[in-house]
Design a protein around this ligand. Sequence first.
Ligand SMILES: [Zn+2]
Length: 422
Amino acid sequence: MSGLVIRNVLLEGADAAVDIAVRAGKISAIGADLPTSAEELNGNGVLLVPGFVESHLHLDKACILDRCRNETGTLEGAISSVAEAKKGFSEEDVYDRGRKVLEKAITQGTNAIRTHVEIDPGIGLTGFHAIQRLKQDLAWALDLQICVFPQEGLINNPGTAELLEEALTAGADLLGGCPYTDSDPNGQIACLFEMAERHDVDLDFHLDFDLDPSWRHLDEIARQTVAFGWQGRVAIGHVTKLSALSRKDLLEAVQILKSAEIALTVLPSTDLFLMGRGSESLVPRGVAPAHVFHEHGVCCTVATNNVLNPFTPYGDCSLPRMANLYANVHQLGSAEDLKACFDMVTAAPRRLINKAHKIEVGEAATFVALPAMSGQQIVSEIIRPVWGMKNGKFTFEQAPARLMGPLAAQGRTEERRAALVP
Ligand SMILES: [Zn+2]
């Protein structure tokens, strides 16, 4: 008999443990004490979740701290140092660094990712081609969605629009924008909406990445979203200006996003690292309060953005850690708030990238196992997953930590050696 029955697992919101039967890559049954002659695995009471979803990640410029540094610590410093390093990028180089990040993400329980890839006349489609290969080569473990975007501007950078068109024709999944680096931000926004309409793709903008609330591009994005009928198909990331608003102005912004059905992505690690560099003390946090938007029904996500580069010299690709960081920055501690943070790295980004998936009979056997009782606990304790599966096949496993006991501590090397040998 082929197939597998995983015994004694918890599902979110359920009171009692169940068994899950997997056959031909799908969930064939869920219930208590499922009878089977198939192979069996003891789940030991782990919580099964559909997996973490990364809504905003730059693979092409990850892991480059060996070749460039952000001298000023500012956004401008990050952009210029990466632009310089980008001149040396090759397809193999982008592939190797991207693969390292994706393999790390897989072991952190992430099984779907939207990645932003820079396109301009300098790099051409080199980075894009590398990411396309990664999408194919790692499809056994995760779904990669490719968002191509003009990091160094569009209107001011002749040839970029043509390259974006080429990438979309060659299979890029959606289009990104970065109006704050453009000589004509509104011109860029208009051009990208027209291109998105022509190719029938979603849009995802890097937007309003400073702490000055006296001007912003958010209103123009909302206006164009409605004008093009692109409600539900536009996301904006960073939007750090939102952290500088009064409660009244913030709630007004909530209504703007809500009525245009625009999603909000917050990148806490990058925003904390780059914002407020002009302050000597009481440094502003500069992280948009996504939970307030989430509360009002806006699709909100928390994501990693950058890994080990001048924008963010950190990164373990753990979304539970990122959700915990977000909760900590915004002083969120109630069960309800922590559950919202969990949603912002699971269900909400899954909706955003159109990868809806539930653990139900007939669905793909794709899930991640964590030694926890709830999403809230996963965020508050930064619980690491112990194994994952995609379409019925295991994608990773990691042994939980084990205490050695007093014998090992007293120097019984034989005992310790025995414990170290798998
Ligand atoms: Zn980004």
